[in-house]
Ligand binder design. Structure first.
Ligand SMILES: CC(C)(COP(=O)(O)OP(=O)(O)OC[C@H]1O[C@@H](n2cnc3c(N)ncnc32)[C@H](O)[C@@H]1OP(=O)(O)O)[C@@H](O)C(=O)NCCC(=O)NCCS
Length: 170
């Protein structure tokens, strides 16, 4: 498995995994209509723009040249956050490759890069019902930090995300 910055040729695969993982992971969280309406083409266009801009950083995990998963990160987007705080903006592994170590490898490389960039902690937001992801985040050193949950509307229902944080030790 190789972990490297995603290139423009990876935008399609990144979008395909994005949509497939949403549909598999959020089936009982996000309304079916909303999941059915997700568009690989629209996601591909958005990821092509991000890759060209280099922001957020997008890492792709590839096995024999085929993208298995990806992680994007950048400065923490929370209001009032300090410049030393990073945020995993998103992490998605192809459902066919879940629980084979791809997520761990992506996180290890992302953390190395965050440390190189001088970040001292990393946060992320996750649906509280997303047990697989929460178990994974706990196993790589994240913990719920007690911040107020974020409420928002998606596909006509009210959803909530909670914040997890990992403090880097030197
Ligand atoms: C959450 C997610 C990113 C984790 O990635 P992953 O590649 O499945 O995670 P890993 O395989 O590295 O680790 C998951 C488990 O597999 C186990 N595992 C790792 N390598 C393994 C291997 N070679 N064989 C068997 N099991 C293995 C790990 O020990 C881990 O177990 P644990 O949770 O009990 O610690 C992924 O499942 C995913 O994309 N989920 C859907 C999208 C999502 O929810 N994203 C997060 C949004 S906030």
């Amino acid at each position: 498995m190789q972990i490297a910055q995603a290139t423009s040729e990876n935008a399609r695969a990144v979008a395909e995994i994005h949509v497939a993982a949403w549909r598999a992971a959020y089936r009982s969280i996000v309304p079916d209509d909303y999941l059915a309406s997700l568009s690989i083409e629209r996601r591909e266009a958005k990821w092509s723009e991000c890759i060209a801009a280099g922001d957020p950083t997008l890492l792709a995990a590839k096995k024999a040249g085929v993208v298995q998963g990806w992680l994007s990160f950048g400065k923490c987007r929370d209001i009032g956050s300090h410049k030393s705080e990073a945020e995993v903006w998103a992490i998605y592994v192809s459902p066919t490759a879940w629980s084979t170590g791809v997520g761990h490898l992506l996180w290890l490389r992302a953390k190395e890069l965050m440390l190189e960039k001088g970040f001292k902690s990393c946060s992320l937001w996750v649906f509280p019902q997303n047990e697989r992801a929460i178990k994974f985040y706990r196993s790589i050193g994240f913990a719920h930090d007690g911040a107020a949950a974020k409420n928002f509307e998606l596909g006509g229902v009210l959803l909530q995300e909670v914040r997890f944080v990992s403090q880097f030790c030197y």
